[in-house]
Design a binder for this molecule. Sequence first.
Ligand SMILES: Cc1ncc(COP(=O)(O)O)c(C=O)c1O
Length: 451
Amino acid sequence: MDNNRILLSEKDLVQRWYNVAADLPKPCAPPLNPGTGQPLTPDMLTPIFPMALIEQEVSQERWIEIPDPVREVLKLWRPTPLHRAFNLEKALGTPARIYYKNESLSPPGSHKPNTAVAQVYYNKQAGIKRISTETGAGQWGSALAFACSKFGVECTVYMVKVSYEQKPMRKSLMHIWNAEVFPSPTDRTNSGRAFRQRFPGTTGSLGMAISEAVEDAATHEDTNYSLGSVLNHVMLHQTVIGLEAKKQFEIAGDYPDILIACAGGGSNFSGFTFPFVPDKLKGKEIRIIAAEPAACPSLTKGPFRYDFGDTGKMTPLLKMHTLGHVFVPPGIHAGGLRYHGMAPLVSHLKDLGIIEATALNQIECFEAGILFARTEGTIPAPETTHAIRAAVVEALKCKETGEEKCIAFNFSGHGHLDLSAYDKYYEKALEDYEYPEELIKQALKEVPEVK
Ligand SMILES: Cc1ncc(COP(=O)(O)O)c(C=O)c1O
């Protein structure tokens, strides 16, 4: 009988991160200083990031060594298993082989600590006492709180208000790991106060929470800022996922025809798929699909252009697929997929035609998530259900054509603290919502023109 799980041992924990920037046929457009319109120089980032991370942000090195203290913490749950989803295949009646990489096994329950641990380590090395951040669903905030507790660094989290109210348990995790958590927009920062004035009664957005966390770091000498997605160094740290998966496919004697991950800011997608990009560039036929919500369709509907990373225009300009930095997303339950932009590296790969994207509605995603829970067992995070739904769509196509494709997706996190969203599904209180083109056009009017 074939194995349900393909396992690696601790000694197989990867030693180096993979940097896709080294293999791109055309380099990514650089971040710009919004004041001058000129490419950003590393020293402009030193008020909020340690130099080691700034160097990784601009690095063109293909491989970057993972420091031993980071690997020691990752060993608490890595390497993670690659599962063959036999039960899901059977339920779908598909000839496809479906695999998933299980990132839900980390202490906070998602892929997010893969970068949190690295980021906190480099900040600690640089003598930083406190780290501020934003969080959507609370997965990132809890991952950073966990990592800060491992290295004895204080942690302040600005949590998007709608999630703070919808997901109180994530807040408890952050408290247990010693972080302070505030519903954003707050009245603690100038940007928070301005958002409350401009958008009375707002449920918040990641863009607003980022502005608050950046301001907090920029105005306190001993504090740095940490971002859970979007930036190049975050994509880099997440590649442990795909590097392990490649070894596991070798052990299984298989290789994916289709790779799928959900995409909010792009980090679990990058981590899972980037290590396969060199094979695709060398001619392997692999489809690489990012699954995003129809309610926040940055990759499928947002133009590829320079925009701010936050609503308060405090960040550099990044070239990315964007719905506009003033985008306020509808309150869908996949809190982690509600960001207005997409990682510049992911956006660039889409522009080059190396990856593709699909937009899905939340009800079909919850249906896929429930099917997964009833077949494979684990209850997925609402974000993760987007990857599952996209995999189900591909598996059902195989059922029609009879093709025995190998489909692999990243199981980015469990949904044990998102059960209220499942309750809403059962109460039939969830609605599908496609973000209207008209609102996108309107939001884009506030995006600066860059020649
Ligand atoms: C479980 C889970 N999956 C996916 C995401 C989306 O983020 P990213 O696109 O950076 O992986 C999040 C973000 O919070 C998340 O919590």
